[in-house]
Design a protein around this ligand. Structure first.
Ligand SMILES: CSC[C@H]1O[C@H](OP(=O)(O)O)[C@H](O)[C@@H]1O
Ligand code: ADE
Length: 306
């Protein structure tokens, strides 16, 4: 039986800026599934926890950070993880803070998203196909997973002992980039109720929902964006200064919680709450739907299209 067989790899980890590997886990192998939406950002690393439990790790921008946020092949990334048997995804992202009380270095588990991408990223597996679907997205993160993570991530951060605080119930703005926001935009997002900002959570979260995968984001603050009147606006150099420390803490959090996350995903329940969620989101079967489109969709949703 292949090491990454569907029974074994239940949890996927997506690493963002600064988090290009989980080298505190044991490397098992690389896999590079070709999906109907192309290849993922990079070959996926199958890593082993001390117990032998396997997890899948994918670097969103590729190792060496060669893919800009608007060009991340998110459909291939989510489809590839699903093809390995992954049921739930823990994603990490470097984010700007729109709130004084979330300083660079702190972590957050957002529960809401404001979409400020510009429609140039393919955001649905159903785009351009003869099958139409409308996934529910009122709660863009898997709330069972988010609540499950809260206490465990907090404990892992306390155990690490660097004083990293976890903020909960925050709203993240996802902008197109790659340039950072203007001061006017940064202030507008604060007025809208945004607490954090990145360039990556969409369409990743939407696609995970369409593929019936659990999805939560650990947002790791790197800067105060551009809203503070007497401070300079964010620069990449400022972000880079914090990335390494945040990545080390992210690896510690992952190593601490992944074993239990795998066990909970194996049991079913709240970590797999998205399974079945697309059942009534897809327009009923019709002779007008093309077989080739249904076959493509069977890659991510075999229950409905095989
Ligand atoms: C390197 S600063 C901007 C860049 O960082 C974040 O990446 P990720 O979410 O993958 O950690 C942000 O979304 C931007 O893509
Ligand atoms: N200020 C910021 N805006 C958008 N994405 C970011 N990633 C890290 N910091 C960011």
């Amino acid at each position: 039986m292949a090491a990454e067989s569907k029974e074994n790899v239940l949890v996927g980890v997506i690493g963002g800026s600064g988090l290009y590997h989980l080298d505190n886990l044991t490397f098992v192998k690389h896999v590079n599934p070709e999906t109907p939406w192309g290849f993922p950002s990079s070959p996926i690393t199958i890593c082993s926890l001390p117990s032998g439990t396997l997890v899948a790790f994918l670097a969103r921008h590729g190792p060496g950070h060669i893919i800009s946020p608007s060009s991340v092949p998110s459909r291939a990334n989510i489809a590839a993880l699903k093809s390995l048997g992954v049921r739930t995804i823990l994603a990490f992202s470097a984010v700007g803070s729109l709130r004084e009380e979330i300083p660079p270095g702190d972590f957050a588990l957002p529960t809401q998203i404001i979409d400020r991408t510009k429609g140039i990223r393919p955001a649905s597996f159903f785009d351009g196909l003869s099958v139409v679907a409308h996934a529910a997205f009122g709660d863009p993160f898997s709330m069972g997973l988010v609540r499950w993570l809260e206490g465990r991530v907090k404990k892992a951060l306390e155990e690490e002992g660097r004083g990293v605080k976890l903020h909960t119930d925050k709203c993240i703005v996802c902008m197109e980039g790659p340039q950072f926001s203007t001061r006017a935009e940064s202030n507008m997002y604060r007025m809208w109720g945004g607490d954090l900002i990145n360039m990556s959570v969409l369409p990743e979260a939407k696609l995970a929902r369409e593929a019936e995968l659990g999805y939560a984001l650990i947002a790791t603050a790197t800067d105060y964006d551009s809203w503070r009147p007497h401070e300079g606006a964010v620069t990449a150099a400022e972000v880079f200064k914090v990335l390494q420390a945040n990545a080390n803490t992210s690896r510690h959090v992952a190593a601490t919680i992944l074993e239990e996350m795998h066990a909970a995903a194996a049991e079913g329940g709240i970590l797999t709450e998205e399974i079945g969620s697309m059942k009534f989101s897809i327009m009923p079967r019709s002779e007008k739907q093309k077989d080739e489109d249904r076959q493509k969709l069977a890659y991510i949703l075999p229950e409905y299209f095989s």
